[in-house]
Structures are given as structure tokens and as C-alpha cells.
Design a protein around this ligand. Structure first.
Ligand SMILES: [Zn+2]
Length: 434
């Protein structure tokens, strides 16, 4: 059978499939994406994530969570960088020793995910080959079900193919082309059960705003110091094409020199972000990203400028003042001010990774606390970041990534509390799809 006749056989009578095939020229086999999952995936993030002409990068960690927690997570927290964790449903039973995952558990992983903006993706049940249809179902379908049950507050929307030997999932081999997701049973099961998947399709990530264009895209490994040091050149090359980069590491393969090189890359990315030359997203956020769009969903407000007043914030009651300076409007803490906060419904956006972005300044120096929490049940969701601002006349962006709980927290509050005396000025905070 030729590729063309296979395409006709598979796609016959399905208008939406044909439409999608037409939008992806040169594809030998049509996609049949799970439209309901894909719609929910896009809606959760509020549509495409526009970067306004900036390159976007994402980071991914391949299990081995003991070393992730002890060595990598502190760096992600220090530099405010989210990461997508490729997780097996049987990871905690299978991975032992220092390079294992057994120091954690699903409840701990879920808590870390909510508090640090970690996206969790299905990376199979056991990370072993599946030479039969039943074994493929166990590794792809049952693993997703098990992860979703064990992590009820996180949407499991993304598949990350594990590297396996033997038949390599009956020829699927990690998804080497978009057509692999239709041609092989493994690919079809992945698409049926997940909104999207990564894979081994070469090249930088397209950043078109259509997540299907990123189906099966490959990562760049940075667990080796030489590759981590080349990180900025990969990013520059992608930026020149209006594309993005997904970096990946196995915590188990990194020695101290590798960790230092990755820390340098994180620091560089954080500086690029603060210079407004880069956005740092989750892997699924990178799939939703759009290089040419400026539109990006902000859960706190559509306008986000304080220009039209308090915009739902408690500034008047909490005795903050609004000030304007060179076209920028900001809130200024007063002598008798209470914490400044705003409550918003998570609604359709529950389960999405978010970047809290606040431009802050203190002309005197100050310590302040930023929180994102469930005001009805703070025990369910409560993220805190302490910020120390040195005296400055310029505003400084402060970032905290979180995942909004998929269930159980219909409202979230963003709250800023000065912890010491002194001036505190802040522009209207944003809670951006990431
Ligand atoms: Zn793996």
C-alpha cells in the first residue's frame, strides 16, 4: 500500500481530519487528534500563548526524581523556571537508589507541581518495550489513567515517549515523524488518550499557535555540560527562525560539572527573560506558543495596568495609593496599609500552568511576601515567595510559576504583603498562561 492510499483509507469520510491534513502539507498520514482533549487543552491556556516576537524555551526532566528534588528543583526555584516532568505511573515502585524516585510519592510530586509550575506528563507505565497491542495499552493508556488518578489536581494531557529497546513499541520508535502518530498503533493510542505528544521529529519548535504543529517535536539534551554550555547558541538559532527550544535532562546522568553548566544556562535564561528577549514556558505552553502574537491569557485581568483604577484589587480598603509616573501606573503601599489582594475564579483555566509576573520596586529597600492561594481552603493550595528588593529607582520583574489546581480550588487569591517598613511600589500583577 502506498502512503497516499493509506491516507485515503484512514481519513475517508472524516471532514475534520481532512481539514487538518490539508493544514499540514506533505504529511503522508492524516492525524485524527482527540478533538475534545485538544479543545480542553487549548481552552485551559486561554488560546495561543503569544510571545510578541520573542523566542520561547521550555525545560523537561526525565524522572529520577530523587536527584531532581535534591539537585535540580532548587535551581528551578532559584531562577523561577518551570519544568515538565516525564513520569511513569510505576516510577515509585521501579526506580530505587540515589538515582531513583522513591524519596518522593505521588502526593509529594503533586504538591511540588502545584507550587512550582511543574507540568507532569505521561512517560509510560514501566519504561520498557511493548511488543503487543495489549502491552501498548498498558504502557500508554493504563499509565495515563493511573497517573490521572494518582495526581487528581493535575491534568495529564501530554505523552512523552520513553526510550525503549526491542520492537520499540512495534516500530513506533518514539515518533520520528508526525505520520508515526497515525501509522503505528502506539502513535494512535497516544493521540486517542492525550491532547499532544513529544517525540523525535527533528528541528526547533514551530511557535505557530497551533499545538498540532508541535506534535512529536524533539528536545535538546543538556545533561552533558558541553551541551548545556551551547544552550544560548541553540536559543539564538531558534530565535532567528521565529521558533522555540525544548531542553531536556536526566537528573541521573548529571555530575557536579553538568549541574554547574545547567545552572549557568538557567541564569542566562532568567536574565534574557528579564531583558524581555525570551519567554520561559512549560513544554505544553511551548506547544501553544505563537511567535507573532502579542495576546496571552492573564487570569487576573484583561487590562492589567491599574490605569482604570483598582480593577478588582482591594487597594482602597487596604489603604494603598495609585500613582502614575512616565505613563506607568502603580500601587504604593502606605503607612497603615493591609496586604493587597485580588480573588479570581479558576473556571475553565483550572489545571493550567501559570506565571505570576509582578513588576516591583522599592526606593528604600524592603522585604515582601507574594502568595498565590486558595482563600477558602489555604491548606489545599498555598504558594509563597519572599522577595528582597534592594533600593532602586527601576522596577524589577518578579516571577513565580504555579499550576492552578484542576479540582478543589475554584477561587485563587494573589496577595502581596510587605514584611518590613519602607517603600513598595508594584504594577498590576499578571497571572499568565505558561
Ligand atoms: Zn525516560
Amino acid at each position: 500500500m502506498t502512503a497516499a492510499s493509506a491516507a485515503v483509507a484512514v481519513g475517508a469520510g472524516d471532514g475534520s481530519t481532512a481539514a487538518i491534513t490539508a493544514a499540514v502539507p506533505g504529511q503522508a498520514y492524516p492525524f485524527t487528534p482527540n478533538g475534545a482533549l485538544l479543545d480542553a487543552f487549548a481552552a485551559r491556556r486561554g488560546g495561543p500563548i503569544g510571545t510578541g516576537g520573542k523566542v520561547a524555551v521550555a525545560f523537561r526532566c526525565d524522572h529520577h526524581l530523587n536527584r531532581f528534588q535534591s539537585k535540580l528543583l532548587p535551581l528551578h526555584r532559584q531562577y523561577g523556571i518551570p519544568v515538565t516532568v516525564a513520569a511513569m505511573s510505576q516510577m515509585f515502585d521501579l526506580e530505587h537508589g540515589p538515582n531513583g524516585s522513591a524519596n518522593l510519592s505521588f502526593p509529594i510530586l503533586q504538591k511540588l507541581a502545584l507550587e512550582n509550575g511543574l507540568e507532569v506528563a505521561n512517560h509510560s507505565s514501566t519504561h520498557t518495550d511493548a511488543p503487543t497491542a495489549q502491552r501498548l495499552r498498558e504502557e500508554i493508556v493504563y499509565s495515563r489513567t493511573a497517573l490521572a488518578k494518582a495526581l487528581p489536581k493535575l491534568p495529564i494531557e501530554l505523552f512523552i515517549p520513553p526510550g525503549v529497546g526491542g520492537t520499540r513499541y512495534q516500530g513506533f520508535a518514539g515518533g520520528r515523524s508526525t505520520a508515526s502518530f497515525q501509522k503505528y498503533l502506539a502513535g494512535r493510542l497516544i493521540i486517542q488518550e492525550h491532547a499532544l505528544s513529544t517525540g523525535y521529529v527533528p528541528g526547533y519548535w514551530p511557535m505557530t499557535g497551533n499545538p498540532l504543529d508541535s506534535m512529536g517535536n524533539v528536545h535538546i539534551g543538556i545533561e552533558n555540560a558541553d551541551y548545556a554550555r551551547r544552550g544560548p547558541s541553540f536559543v539564538h538559532a531558534a530565535a532567528q527562525q521565529g521558533r522555540g527550544v525544548c531542553f531536556m535532562y536526566h537528573p541521573s546522568l548529571m555530575d557536579d560539572a553538568d549541574l554547574l553548566a545547567v545552572e549557568d544556562l538557567f541564569a542566562w535564561c532568567a536574565r534574557e527573560r528579564d531583558q524581555r528577549r525570551m519567554e520561559i514556558l512549560t513544554t505544553s505552553g511551548l506547544m501553544m506558543s505563537s511567535f507573532n502574537s502579542f495576546s496571552r491569557h492573564n487570569l487576573l485581568s484583561r487590562t492589567a495596568s491599574f490605569k482604570a483604577g483598582w480593577n478588582g484589587w482591594n487597594g482602597a480598603a487596604a489603604k494603598w495609593a495609585l500613582r502614575s509616573e512616565s505613563g506607568t501606573t502603580y500601587a504604593r503601599r502606605g503607612a497603615g496599609s493591609a496586604p493587597l489582594y485580588k480573588d479570581v475564579s479558576t473556571g475553565l483555566y483550572a489545571g493550567s500552568a501559570r506565571q505570576l509576573l509582578i513588576s516591583m520596586r522599592s526606593t528604600t529597600g524592603i522585604r515582601a511576601k507574594i502568595e498565590i492561594l486558595d482563600p477558602m481552603a489555604p491548606g489545599q493550595f498555598n504558594v509563597e515567595k519572599i522577595v528582597t528588593l534592594v533600593p532602586s529607582t527601576g522596577f524589577k520583574p518578579v516571577h513565580q510559576y504555579v499550576v492552578l489546581p484542576l479540582v478543589g480550588s475554584p477561587t485563587v487569591r494573589v496577595r502581596m504583603s510587605p514584611l518590613t517598613g519602607g517603600e513598595l511600589h508594584l504594577q498590576e500583577p499578571r497571572l499568565l498562561a505558561a
